[in-house]
Design a protein around this ligand. Structure first.
Ligand SMILES: O=c1ccn([C@H]2C[C@H](O)[C@@H](COP(=O)(O)OP(=O)(O)OP(=O)(O)O)O2)c(=O)[nH]1
Length: 341
């Protein structure tokens, strides 16, 4: 098996991902899209093969498709016209991409920010994979994704992108951890709550939905925001977020002992996000928030998440915001599927 040489431990930038594609370490059923390689990640695409399953699972020592035989309720063909994945249901979808990772590289997947913002829970599965979202060194096999829409039903097609893969060389150090507070003073509208029983979100239709059909705007009562259990909220960070051009960051939930709520799902911040160099100064982080069992009162500036910074192996050939990115310079921003409020 080949082995990967990197200038230093870190997350691979776009140019190294392109080399992995050129050398056959990452392959796909169909040719790659021109914008699929992002500054430090690769977007993964749905194939036409899916299953509705009874419950979520990990494959243990078996292949994912062997386990699917036990838990599938029925197979679904995802057609070009689109298929609705219903909220409250769990699906497994085979992805178009396949890996043959060289020694020295591991991979980790996370939802795209747009997926987290519409409250769709997604996790990557690999054959014999011991945990969700992690791909072991030397993995040679197909990729699958569990998809569980929570608030809205979604329309998807072959090629729809719900998650992204980061590749890591060696064991990169954590460079810094920063606390992220919530902004409740940014304007009259401080956040949005997902409406129950809204319509279907077409995930390939950018700017294609009226936000008022899907979201309720939130205003403050006595300077506080009350989070209801089981509801889904979009909020913004109190401070601007800036990711140096040779680093990336992951947003992680805080210790549940400081609050029975969770900033969840998405949470990968690209190199150059919010920087002057990438014309992004003054960008907020957007937070997807849910409470667990009890109502919870949030105050302005309250710490709700942490950003953990990691190095890239080298500066990427392009930065976030340089080509068709939707969230550079964002304030409180719904996903790209919705028109401006
Ligand atoms: O929880 C999160 C996660 C990410 N981001 C920001 C930082 C990140 O760099 C940017 C874009 O994230 P991603 O690449 O996952 O978004 P996308 O859905 O692929 O949108 P785009 O079309 O802009 O690539 O959104 C947030 O504000 N909150």
């Amino acid at each position: 098996m080949s082995s990967f040489q990197a200038p230093r431990p870190g997350i691979l930038p776009a140019q190294s991902i392109e080399t992995l594609i050129a050398t056959g370490a990452i392959t796909s059923d169909t040719s790659f899209d021109h914008d699929q390689v992002q500054p430090a990640s690769l977007d993964l695409r749905l194939s036409d093969q899916a299953w509705r399953v009874r419950a979520s699972f990990l494959p243990g020592r078996r292949k994912v498709e062997e386990r699917i035989a036990d838990v599938a309720m029925h197979a679904i063909e995802i057609t070009d016209a689109g298929v609705v994945l219903e909220k409250g249901c769990v699906y497994i979808v085979r992805l178009q991409e396949r890996l043959k990772l060289p020694q020295g590289l591991i991979a980790r997947a996370n939802p795209k920010s747009s997926t987290g913002r519409v409250d769709v829970f997604v996790r990557l599965l690999t054959d014999q994979g011991a945990s969700f979202d992690d791909v072991a060194e030397g993995y040679d096999g197909p990729l699958y994704m569990e998809v569980a829409p929570q608030t809205f039903s979604i329309l998807v097609r072959p090629g729809t992108r719900l998650n992204q893969l980061r590749l890591k060389a060696g064991d990169p150090p954590k460079l810094e951890t920063r606390s992220v507070g919530v902004d409740l003073q940014g304007g009259d509208i401080v956040g949005f709550r997902g409406r129950r029983h809204a319509g279907v979100v077409d995930l390939d239709h950018i700017d294609g939905h009226d936000p008022r059909d899907f979201w309720e705007p939130l205003t403050l009562r006595r300077g506080e925001l009350l989070l209801d259990p089981g509801e889904f909220y979009i909020l913004a960070s109190s401070d601007d977020v800036e990711i140096p051009v040779d680093q990336a960051a992951e947003m992680t939930p805080i210790d549940p002992s400081v609050g029975e709520f969770r900033v969840h799902y998405a949470g990968f911040f690209d190199p150059g996000f919010g920087t002057d160099e990438a014309h992004g100064a003054g960008s907020k982080g957007v937070l997807e928030v849910r409470t667990h069992d009890t109502p919870f009162l949030l105050e302005h500036g309250q710490i709700v998440a942490r950003l953990v910074y990691e190095p890239l192996t080298e500066r990427p050939s392009r930065l976030y915001g340089e080509s068709g990115s939707h969230y550079q310079n964002q304030g409180l921003k719904l996903s790209k599927h919705f028109r401006v409020w």
